[in-house]
Ligand binder design. Structure first.
Ligand SMILES: [Zn+2]
Length: 180
């Protein structure tokens, strides 16, 4: 490799390291047709500010809570919370949760897992990450999913797909386009 090519290679490495945020595809987290979105920008659709999706199928400690991103992503696990269906103060209200880290301060999170043998950091596509539960700040078992930039929750990822209260969140349905 000559000097000029080496410079180009170095520039490409720096560009890759700095990262460029891109649009991902998010599907429903529960493979049950009874799974629905029941909070979006506001809690319970009309309460206080939420700016995320809450998705449930009415069960706890029963159904798999799956990685929502289409394609292979690294899900970093933050656990340690005892099983709960109706809330706890664990992990600052997040309960057992996963984070997928993107570029430029973006991330995608899934919260409130009831941990089981599937729980742990892993790279996968739509795999089981634990069970639907209510660890952390939860009044009932559900999946909380958010897309943040520098820890601020954004709404465009679900509004861009027309996802609102009552949208069916079966695992085969696309319900969002998070930035990562
Ligand atoms: Zn929520």
């Amino acid at each position: 490799m000559n000097a000029k090519k080496m410079m180009y290679a170095a520039a490409a490495l720096v560009a890759g390291w700095a990262g460029v945020a891109v649009s991902a595809t998010a599907k429903g987290p529960i493979c049950d047709t009874a799974a629905y979105v029941n909070s979006t920008t506001y809690y319970s659709c009309s309460g206080s500010s939420h700016t995320a999706l809450d998705i449930g199928n009415g069960s706890c400690n029963e159904w798999n809570h799956r990685g929502m991103l289409a394609g292979s992503y690294y899900y970093q696990y933050f656990g340690g919370c005892a099983g709960a269906c109706y809330g706890s103060t664990c992990n600052g209200g997040a309960g057992n949760y996963y984070v997928v880290t993107g570029a430029n301060g973006w991330d995608f999170r899934q919260l409130h897992f009831y941990a089981n043998v599937s729980s742990g950091s892993k790279t996968c596509d739509g795999c089981a990450l634990g069970l639907v539960g209510g660890t952390g700040q939860a009044t009932g078992p559900h999946v909380h999913a958010d897309n943040r930039q520098y820890a601020t929750r954004k709404s465009a990822w679900y509004t861009s797909k027309g996802t609102t209260c009552g949208t069916n969140a079966y695992c085969g349905n696309i319900i969002g386009a998070p930035t990562l």
